[in-house]
Write a protein that binds this ligand. Structure first.
Ligand SMILES: Nc1ncnc2c1ncn2[C@@H]1O[C@H](COP(=O)(O)OP(=O)(O)OP(=O)(O)O)[C@@H](O)[C@H]1O
Ligand SMILES: [Mg+2]
Length: 670
């Protein structure tokens, strides 16, 4: 698509009251002094399409500002463009104005904000429809890239620039780089799953580690060397000598044991034990014989003491019974006395009721009050007498029964009393007999005890017994003999011990030498190990260096391939895509260059032409052309050719008002 600007109209836009740019789709130059509104034209075009100014700002003042900084109110600010979009023309218009509303009842209108009206081909449309239409024509980013020669270099972040270039030219993969040279194919195996950068880091880290190790190893060797013992004796000679000495020591040790457990002493020891056992058994038998004479008497004494004890217990029992008996007698006597008193009391009781007497009222009928007949009266009286007699007889009978009972009870008590009294006398006799018996037995016991005591005192002293004395003498003799023999072998044992000590000393000396030799051997072994390690590390270091060289080679190739590929797409612009780092690696960048000079150091003219060169390549890539606004175009005497419509904005002091010319008059443009 090739979009061309046919017409652009501004009204009250950023201070431009009225301006119309009628390009007719051609390349044009717009002349004007400073502050005549050249840049404002670009602002207007961008605002119409994307709501932003030429510097990509959304927030800028559209309304006309007065010298005091205040905007003029009530104006309509509008931009209109007629575009050729290939197969048709389209008119876009945007009007920005203040909103004033009258409140009910109020005479004056109040400012309530802004509105923007959108028109396509003269027909009002909604904002969304308008934006949709623009989006269909062009993507904002691409549009900006293709209409502003400074946009790519001055507004895009370098990463975005790089991405864009890689998108256009295609990236060079690591695999591409590896395949590009035979030397690099080795890297495939070396890398495994790691990236070049990861592997480079690993190598650098490992190399630093190896360096440290290599520095340490000589220090360690030196340390081991310094601690090596000085010894020049032969290990075998020492070992043989040691073996000999150990044999000698063993023999001496055996000799010492033999002396210690030596023959005669052992025999005498045995004899001594026998004598001591004998002595004990003889003493026991003497003691037993001596005690035989008193043994019978001791037995008799025990029997008598037993009898005494039994009788004493019997005596105690009888005495207790006697006490109880006495107590019972007293109680019975008291009861008998009571019975007697009771008998007298009962006996003195008489029937006290009076005999019946016939009274006058008894002769009258209690019912009718008539006097009763005589026989009736007699009958009543007789009955009363008979009843009285019967009661009296009953009283006498019960009295005589009670008296009889009391005297029976009294008799029984008397019988029991007599029995107890006879028991008492009987028991008293028994007690007396037992007391006598105890006394007799005690006398016998005393005399036996006396006899036992006398005999015991006269027992013979065991230690004085001639047989005991004989054995004791023999024991003392044997002990003396043993002591004597022992003192003789002590000398001999001392000699052997001294000999062993001497051997031990020699052994210790030789062992110490042997351990020094072992230490020496170990030290030398360690030195050899360290040297081998040093060798190995050096080899590894060399290998790493080689790998590093390959990686550098890889990087150089990659940079070269990529930059070649990208640069081939541009006529003027070249790109630096990597920065070389001090540590040998590279980091990504994206710097535009021209003739070896970075963009930031370029002159304005060169910047514009480099920008146009980039726009040309991008336009080809997107197959999209749009009018390019070259602001400050006076800086370039010759712009490179482009397929897009060019709108040059040129400072021209003499033009106090904007003036437009068509391309025929533009110097140097095809
Ligand atoms: N909102 C505004 N209201 C009134 N005047 C404005 C407003 N915004 C900018 N101006 C003024 O409009 C004038 C035009 O500015 P513009 O940047 O378009 O000039 P120019 O022609 O590009 O100048 P130069 O050659 O220096 O780049 C300037 O004097 C500026 O101060
Ligand atoms: Mg300007």
């Amino acid at each position: 698509m090739n979009i061309k600007l046919l017409k652009l109209k501004l009204r009250n836009f950023k201070g431009i009251k009225e301006f119309e740019l009628d390009t007719q789709g051609k390349n044009v130059n717009v002349y004007g002094d400073n502050a005549t509104g050249k840049t404002t034209i670009v602002d207007a075009f961008m605002w119409l399409l994307f709501d932003k100014d030429s510097k990509n700002r959304k927030d800028f003042e559209i309304k006309t500002l007065q010298p005091d900084g205040q905007p003029i109110h009530g104006l309509e600010h509008e931009v209109e463009a007629v575009l050729d979009i290939g197969d048709k023309t389209i008119t876009l218009r945007k009007v920005f104005k203040e909103k004033w509303q009258k409140k009910r009842g109020s005479a004056t209108a109040e400012f309530t904000g802004h509105t923007t009206d959108y028109y396509v081909d003269g027909i009002p449309v909604k904002k969304t429809e308008y934006e949709q239409l623009i989006a269909e024509i062009a993507d904002e980013n691409i549009f900006r890239l293709l209409t502003d020669p400074t946009y790519f270099n001055e507004h895009l972040h370098w990463q975005k620039r790089r991405e864009l270039l890689l998108e256009i030219c295609g990236d060079v993969t690591d695999e591409d780089v590896i395949n590009s040279s035979k030397e690099l194919t080795k890297l495939r195996e070396i890398l495994g799953h790691r990236t070049i950068e990861q592997h480079r880091k690993i190598i650098l880290a490992r190399r630093a580690e190896i360096n440290k190790e290599l520095e340490r190893i000589p220090v360690r060797i030196d340390e081991v060397q310094r601690n090596l013992p000085q010894i020049d004796e032969d290990k075998n000679v020492i070992e043989n000598k040691l073996e000999e000495l150990r044999e000698q020591r063993k023999n001496a040790e055996e000799r010492r044991v033999r002396i210690q457990s030596g023959g005669q002493i052992a025999e005498l020891q045995k004899r001594l034990s026998e004598l001591q056992a004998n002595l004990i058994s003889i003493k026991n038998s003497i003691k037993e014989k001596a005690e035989e004479s008193v043994r019978d008497e001791r037995k008799q004494l025990a029997t008598i003491e037993d009898q005494i004890l039994k009788r004493q217990m019997e005596l105690k029992r009888l005495e207790t019974e006697q006490k109880n008996n006495q107590f019972e007698i007293e109680r019975l006597k008291k009861q008998i006395e009571e019975k007697r008193a009771e008998w007298y009391k009962v006996n003195s009781q008489e029937f006290e009721e009076e005999p019946p007497i016939l009274k006058e009222e008894d002769k009258i009928c209690p019912c009718c009050g008539q006097p009763l007949p005589h026989e009736k009266v007699q009958e009543i009286y007789d009955k009363a007498v008979a009843k009285y007699e019967a009661k009296k007889a009953e009283f006498n009978l019960s009295k005589s029964k009670l008296l009889e009972q009391i005297s029976v009870d009294g008799k029984n008590l008397k019988n029991r009393l007599e029995e107890l009294e006879s028991n008492y006398i009987q028991r008293e006799k028994s007690i007396k007999t037992i007391i006598d018996e105890i006394q007799t037995l005690q006398e016998q016991a005393d005399s036996l005890a006396e006899s036992i005591k006398t005999k015991s005192n006269n027992l013979p002293v065991i230690e004085e017994h001639p047989e005991v004395k004989k054995i004791q003498r023999e024991i003392a003799e044997t002990e003396n003999k043993i002591r004597e023999l022992r003192s003789n072998i002590t000398d001999e044992i001392n000699k052997v011990t001294e000999y062993i000590k001497n051997i031990d000393k020699q052994i210790a000396e030789l062992e110490s030498k042997l351990s020094s030799i072992k230490q020496l051997e170990q030290g030398l072994k360690r030195i050899n190990e360290l040297k081998a390690e040093e060798h190995k590390l050096a080899a590894e270091y060399e290998e790493l260096e080689h790998q590093l060289y390959l990686i550098e080679q890889f990087t150089r190739t990659k940079v070269q391939l990529l930059e070649e590929r990208i640069n081939s797409k541009f006529k003027l612009a070249k790109f630096k895509l990597f920065n070389e780092l001090i540590n040998g690696g590279v980091e990504e960048t994206c710097e535009t260059m021209y003739n070896g000079v970075p963009y930031s150091n370029l002159n304005h003219g060169a910047r514009l032409n480099v920008g146009l060169d980039i726009i040309n390549t991008l336009s080809d890539f997107y197959n999209f052309n749009a009018p390019i606004f070259v602001d400050n175009a006076e800086a370039v005497t010759q712009l490179i050719p482009t397929r897009s419509q060019l709108i040059r904005l040129v400072v021209s002091e003499k033009d106090k008002k904007l003036r437009m010319e068509y391309e025929n008059n533009i110097k140097g443009v095809i």
